[in-house]
Design a protein. Sequence first.
Length: 218
Amino acid sequence: MTDIERVRDIDPLNEISHRSAAIRGSQYTGARLFVALSAMGFGAGVFGYFFLRSLNGNGLWRAPGQKISPFIAVSVLVLTLAAATLYYWSSRRLGIARKAGVDWRVSSAVAILMLVLAAGVQFWGLSRLPFFPGSSGYASVYVAVEPMFALWLLIGAVWAEMLLARSIRVRWITAPVGDNADSPEAAAFAGSVTGLRLFMSFLALLAVVLYVLFSVLH
């Protein structure tokens, strides 16, 4: 069999399916790389926290009275966990439940509002700190890490908003059938939804870690 005959024998439907899988995989791989890079960045902050805490040079790790507002810390934690949980639940139901698309759109909109509110509360708290940024090791690490976390919350909100806007413009994309099921648009959307689910889970885990570091440990 010649090469031309082999090409002719390729199942076009199978080829389309493989192409769609490759598109979904590339979207999800990009999300995993971004989460990995984000983990490295925040991991440096966590390392700095424990390193300076263990050194405690001249007792300047944390001066008396340096405490984060419980209202701000708990609010950011609860909003982030609620947004991640809501998005995770709704995205897992896409393509399974009958009204999953509607549920996903509503849940995404609510999750966006929660993430924006959490970032706003975090930035507001940074403007009302009861200590100067360089007054101690604790203060320095907090001021270095928390603005970055607030920015990452906004990244999650923008990502979700882009997917939500896409689903509103192309109504079938949350539940593609027929020829649309293997289309590049559906594959890219599905891969990005899965990638955002991973990113939301990362934000939830990070929110818990930062809450423990800055509000629980002493």
